[in-house]
Design a protein around this ligand. Structure first.
Ligand code: GLY
Length: 424
């Protein structure tokens, strides 16, 4: 593998269709904290551009959706996973406690956006409307995933007032979980997660903030946005190590806001780096910068993204936990890859220099090239878009399967990539 001294990598080297991942000031700081991370960064080489045709990939996704929609007839259930070796989606019942209910309708709305076919709008609506009662959910933070991915897309694409009302009620429900003494939204209940006794915040919560930013823009009421910003700031202060890798779970004293514990639930170990958690951070801080324009969030989005990139193996799809990279028998997490690809494309459109724009676009392209390849594509295998995701390995759940949220963020990443190409 090509070895180049770190200091020379501050220039983007483009040659023979390859981009060397450059070193920037913020990378050097993180490199000092973790030599192996720095070495990996120096060795990473990304392809400059997409190795597949975007329109053909959209057509593939549409063909897969035709199959899954035909098999999904009970709209009080939702496609969630396909076990390795199976062909069709398992469809658990919709429930207020199930964070994944909004992704399938969200995929169908995205397909409507891509194709403008009324058929997909109708299919999306049939699966969106049954979710309305969840707008009152105050039991956990996932209302952002549940409602913004479904009703959020519905409102974006139709402008219908009734969908807006559902979303505003959802935002109202979410902010009831904000604890001003802590400065974050409480993610999980102690009843369902008795290992933690007080205020639990998980990194995934960053994604639910998008609903709050939207609500402030729609209503003119700053309360939602103020809570989102405070949550992002508190999480930035407490959820990350010196090398910008993140903990999954932080428990706070609910009265003083002091940190009680830093743990994992879905990662390998408390001090390891759960791949999807780091991907949520990439996506989440890029989105928070887009919404606030505050440079401290851009700086942080770059740092957590560099840490994500540094944890990748040669095919750019992470092992489900970075600490297990290269370990025989350990599974990958294509869902983390899809989330990170979507976040990196967004980041590439927000950074200020051409060098960094190219860097993050190249990183996203390398991930997408791998996801679209036969190694990860579900083409001719099952009804999903992507294979090889891992949901919750420590709990023994969803190991090396197709997952609905991998497909949701994959389609979003492809759409974002297309609009990036159209702008440049
Ligand atoms: N937000 C739940 C998960 O990433 O598994």
């Amino acid at each position: 593998m090509l070895q180049i001294p770190n200091r020379f990598l501050s220039l983007l080297a483009v040659g023979m269709g390859l981009i060397l991942i450059p070193s920037c000031d913020f990378m050097d700081k993180s490199a000092k904290t973790n030599q192996s991370v720095a070495e990996k960064k120096e060795n990473l080489i990304f392809q400059e551009s997409l190795g597949f045709n975007l329109e053909e990939q959209f057509q593939f996704c549409e063909e897969q959706l035709k199959k899954s929609a035909a098999g999904h007839t009970d709209y009080n259930t939702h496609p969630r996973l396909i076990e390795s070796g199976d062909t069709h989606w398992e469809m658990p019942k919709n429930d207020v406690l199930v964070w994944t209910v909004g992704f399938y309708p969200g995929i169908l709305w995205q397909m409507y956006d891509i194709t403008h076919k009324e058929y997909w709008k109708e299919e999306a609506l049939k699966r969106t409307l049954p979710l309305e009662p969840y707008k009152y959910n105050k039991e956990h933070h996932d209302i952002g995933f549940m409602m913004y991915c479904s009703y959020g897309q519905a409102y974006r694409l139709t402008g219908k007032k009734e969908y807006r009302d559902v979303l505003i009620q959802s935002a109202k429900s979410l902010i009831t979980r904000f604890n001003p003494k802590v400065g974050t939204i409480k993610s999980w209940s102690n009843e369902l997660h008795p290992q933690w006794k007080e205020h639990i915040t998980i990194i995934d919560n960053m994604l639910n903030l998008e609903l709050l930013f939207w609500a402030s823009k729609e209503t003119g009421d700053p309360v939602y946005r103020d809570i989102a910003v405070k949550h992002a700031e508190t999480t930035m202060a407490n959820h990350f190590r010196d090398d910008f890798s993140c903990y999954h779970v932080v428990e706070y004293d609910e009265n003083t806001g002091a940190v009680r514990n830093k743990n994992t639930s879905q990662g390998y170990a408390d001090e390891s780096v759960w791949a999807r958690g780091q991907a949520w951070a990439v996506y989440g801080y890029s989105m928070v910068y887009r919404e606030t324009g505050d440079p401290k969030f851009l700086d942080f989005a770059k740092k957590v993204s560099e840490r994500y990139i540094a944890g990748l193996p040669e095919d750019y799809i992470p092992y489900w936990d970075f600490s297990l990279t290269g370990k025989k028998g350990e599974s990958r997490d294509a869902s983390a890859a899809a989330i990170a690809a979507s976040g990196l494309i967004e980041l590439s459109s927000l950074v200020k220099t051409t060098e960094l724009q190219k860097r993050y676009r190249a990183a996203a392209d390398a991930i997408l090239n791998s996801l679209a390849s036969p190694a990860y594509s579900a083409k001719n295998v099952n009804d999903a878009f992507l294979l090889h995701s891992t949901g919750a390995k420590p709990q023994g759940n969803e190991i090396d399967v197709a997952l609905i949220y991998a497909d949701y963020y994959y389609l979003e990443a492809l759409r974002r990539r297309k609009s990036l190409s159209e702008k440049s």
